[in-house]
Design a protein around this ligand. Structure first.
Ligand SMILES: Cc1cc2nc3c(=O)[nH]c(=O)nc-3n(C[C@H](O)[C@H](O)[C@H](O)COP(=O)(O)OP(=O)(O)OC[C@H]3O[C@@H](n4cnc5c(N)ncnc54)[C@H](O)[C@@H]3O)c2cc1C
Length: 451
């Protein structure tokens, strides 16, 4: 059976200022029944809870069950980078799924950044959100050439909305990006955020409106079939809850409760760090967020924070060849040791003018992502399980995908909308066909994650 989240996880920078709800239990005991159980209190679970209560005069009773502390999974340990993929994977998706599906995904991703900004403003969320531009800088000659050809073809075809994408190839790339040796660079609208603060704000809002949050409550089992009254039995070490509806927001751990997702949503361990600069050393301003592409699927990515520090993730060239470090790994209590030294001197090696910055690694942590075998998330009703829905499997790319997916699921619940009426890309639907497929693109030669 797939394992549940481990205790004693590494401490990410984002979890160094804990919110009052971090280990919260709204009631000392679990209620015996409710309308909706949400399993998982990361971005997906919190966004579902938020929308279930948002502007809802007669909300359902909702219990949120979280195995560890609130937002202690991938969301609390990520790079804080909200970067929609508006061009990079589009040519590949056109070949695989056709123009409409590929363009739908790019449009959906791009719209999330603006939706997120609107939410932060509406709810006055104090989460260091910054609307900015992402800069993808490519160092590898083969990848720069292939990306160039794919992008120019995409431009010629006119099918995708590339109005917001600025592209420089060749000599200007290094100057525009500030990245040493950049052979090409793309910039486009993106954001960055303190993810833990954002999620805890959403949870606070839902709890204030009646949600029952139960942290440190791992769900051990969901009944195989519905009870005679049509409800599902959700079992935990602290007792069971009967629920009319179950929403799985369990990311890389999904298969533990829903075995049909085994090998479909695979736990993949990633690593992140925080780099600081001594206060007395002026360093060149970093105007963007960055992805530094070293080769196909090999990258570092980073966000400059308002406090002057930099959050950097990736380091894949240092450990990706050793599958035991990342594939099917759920232990985020340990670092990926071969990757740790990679962050030392990364700013000095990467950026022009940073050679004498004194930038140094302040903290390193790991986290568990949920990668899907076809790189598409699972969103919506679970086949063969009436009244069970899923929002999981963002393949290390959840920040520009989760908010509007959660909103759409809630629209299905509250208004009875059909999947196709919600704006969720069709290829995100959790279908029987996807669950039956034995293809695993994670381990295939064309695995090309987005960041
Ligand atoms: C190191 C790292 C860096 C990343 N960087 C980025 C980035 O910069 N940009 C980006 O877009 N994405 C990034 N990601 C991916 C992103 O963090 C995820 O896509 C996103 O946070 C997923 O949110 P979630 O709510 O689905 O999952 P999670 O945040 O993992 O939440 C799932 C929750 O479910 C709980 N849970 C699981 N099983 C059970 C159970 N049986 N009972 C009760 N609770 C359970 C877990 O404890 C967890 O809290 C990164 C991920 C990692 C690990």
């Amino acid at each position: 059976m797939s394992p549940t989240p481990v205790p004693n996880s590494t401490t990410p920078f984002w979890r160094t200022e804990l919110h009052e709800l971090d280990s919260h239990r709204t009631t000392p005991d679990l209620p015996s029944d409710c309308d909706i159980v949400i399993i998982g209190a990361g971005f997906a679970g919190a966004a579902l809870a938020y929308y279930l209560y948002d502007d809802n005069p007669s909300p359902p009773s909702v219990v949120i069950l979280e195995a560890r502390e609130a937002c202690s999974g991938a969301t609390g340990r990520n790079g804080g980078h909200m970067k929609p993929d508006v061009y990079y994977q589009v040519p590949k998706y056109i070949k695989k799924y056709g123009v409409k599906a590929a363009v739908d995904v790019a449009r959906f991703e791009a719209s999330q950044v603006q939706a997120f900004k609107a939410l932060v403003e509406k709810e006055k969320i104090d989460c260091d959100f910054v609307l900015t531009r992402a800069c993808d800088a490519t160092l590898d000659p083969d990848l720069a050439r292939d990306t160039h050809h794919a992008f120019t073809e995409l431009q010629k075809s006119g099918v995708a909305n590339l109005k917001d994408v600025f592209y420089a190839y060749g000599k200007d790339a290094e100057k525009l990006s500030g990245v040493k040796g950049a052979l090409s660079c793309f910039t486009f609208t993106a954001g960055h955020v303190w993810p833990y603060k954002m999620v805890l704000h959403l949870l606070r809002t839902a709890v204030n409106k009646g949600a029952n949050l139960q942290t440190h409550t791992p769900v051990t089992r969901i009944s195989d079939t519905e009870l005679p009254d049509g409800r599902w039995l959700v079992e935990t070490e602290r007792g069971s809850i009967k629920a009319k509806k179950i929403l799985l927001a369990t990311n890389g751990y999904t298969a533990h409760l829903a075995p049909q997702f085994r090998d479909k949503i695979v736990p993949v361990r990633g690593i992140c760090s925080r780099i600081t600069v001594p206060k007395d050393r002026p360093v060149p301003f970093l105007p963007y967020t960055y992805s530094i592409r070293h080769g196909v699927g090999m990258y570092d990515y980073l966000i400059p924070r308002p406090d002057g520090s930099i959050i950097v993730g990736g380091a894949k060239p240092k450990f990706w060849h050793d599958r035991s470090q990342w594939y099917n790994v759920t232990d985020d209590s340990k670092l990926i040791e071969p990757a740790v030294p990679h962050f030392d001197g990364l700013m000095q090696r990467t950026f022009k003018g940073w050679e004498t910055s004194g930038a140094k690694t302040d903290r390193v942590w790991t986290g568990i992502m949920g990668w899907t075998s076809d790189f598409m998330p699972y969103v919506g009703e679970i086949p063969g399980k009436p009244n069970q829905m899923i929002l999981a499997g963002f393949s290390g790319h959840g920040m520009p995908l989760i908010l509007l997916s959660a909103k759409a699921i809630v629209q299905m619940i509250r208004k009875g909308s059909k999947f196709e009426e919600t704006g969720i890309p069709e290829i995100f639907r959790a279908t029987e066909e996807r669950l039956k497929s034995t293809k695993n693109e994670i381990l295939g030669s064309n695995s090309q994650p987005k960041l």
